[in-house]
Structures are given as C-alpha cells and as structure tokens.
Design a protein around this ligand. Sequence first.
Ligand code: TMP
Length: 236
Amino acid sequence: MEKLQQVYEGKAKKVYATSDPELFIVDYKDDATAFNGEKKGTINQKGIINNRVTNHLMKLLEKNGVPTHLVEEISDRETIVKKVTIVPLEVIVRNIAAGSLSKRLGLPEGTKMKQTVLEYCYKDDELGDPMINDYHIFALDLATQEELDLIAKYSFKVNEVLSAYLKDLNIELIDFKLEFGKTTDGTIILADEISPDTCRFWDTVTGEKLDKDRFRRDLGGEEDAYKEIMKRLLGE
Ligand code: TMP
C-alpha cells in the first residue's frame, strides 16, 4: 500500500490518498485545539494514543455489529481506513450532564438525566458547529431520513457497547462525539476517531477527568490522563 498525496489536514489528523482508490491513510498528530481552534497546544504522544485507542474501540464495535472505516493499523500514528465522504454532522451522545449541555440547560456537571440525550451539530467551523435538529438536517440535505435513522441506531449501539466495556475498566462514559461517513457505494459507516479528544471519561471511583477537558480547562496532567486511558484499555 503506497502512501500518496495529502488530501486533507484537520486539527488533529492528516489524511493521505493511497495507491488503492477506495482506501486512505490517517496520520494522527499531537496537536491539540479547543474552542474551534482558538486555543492551541500539543499533548505529547497524543497522536499515538488516539490512533491506538480509536482502533482498539473500533475493533470492539465491529465485533458488536457497528460497521467502521477501520482497515489496518500500520504504524504508531497511521491507520489504513476506508475512503468515505464525511456526513457533515457531529453526533453527540450524552449519558451524564457535562460541558455545553450543562451550560445551556443549567444542569450542574455530573447530573444524572432520566435518559440518554442525542444531539446533532452541523460540522462547519466558520459557523462554530451549531446544534441542529432532524428538520434542519433534511432541509439542508445533509442526510436522508434512512441515513439519519441508521446514524442514530449506530450511535446508541456505540453507547451501549462502550459504556459497558469502559465500566469494567473503572471508566464512566459521560458523553462523546461521533462522525459517520459514506463509502463509494453509499453505505453509512462509523469514521473519524473515538479517543480522549472526543469523549469525556471520568474515573468511576475518584471522578477524575481522563480526557481532553484537562487541556480545554487548563487542569494540567493531560499527558498522564491520555496515558492512563491507553493503559486501562490496551494494558500498556
Ligand atoms: P460539549 O459538551 O463541549 O458539547 O462536548 C460534548 C462531547 O463532544 C465531549 O465528549 C467532547 C466532544 N467534542 C468533540 O469531540 N469535538 C468538539 O469540537 C467538541 C466541542 C466536543
């Protein structure tokens, strides 16, 4: 598999074309941003940890019936993935109130809610990823009803599988963000990453934050938190 020209550079990853038109290579960076790129920094080894954690969790999800873009991890920071067109939605699943939901609804962080919350944001940096509902999604033709039904079904399945898996590792899955893509033949699959950048992980015993909120909120210890997640999930 030959790595060809870069086709995209995001805030945390670069994507390259390959000699196979249906495959890309993702390359994870140590760069960290928050607040739509306003705050910038690096978290040492983050690219390696996010690559390995994402692939570990995507394998678990595949086994449990959620199709993903994962093909093969080829180095510490690089993974071969299926080529997709990203559906321009950030799909957020929330088990416990935190972050922007806490602010928006005045619920203190850590508040248990009566049921899981599913939110959609329009993936557009210039607009600051505004929250939208299914009417907006159909009006803007971002996805069809059938595609959105599948995205919601997969998102709840991801929540069920990951919450149970992480609980055994003393990690509470507070909330997370997913992105989905469409393959050339139109199949919807899970894409992007699942990592401490895109999830809130709280230690079930101490309540300690083991995710990117340490960077976003200047709490310090982000490197150790990412390493701790890798250790609990991959044993190293
Ligand atoms: P929020 O509470 O800030 O809306 O974040 C909800 C979840 O989404 C949280 O687990 C962090 C994740 N997230 C991203 O992955 N990317 C983003 O740009 C933002 C704002 C949140």
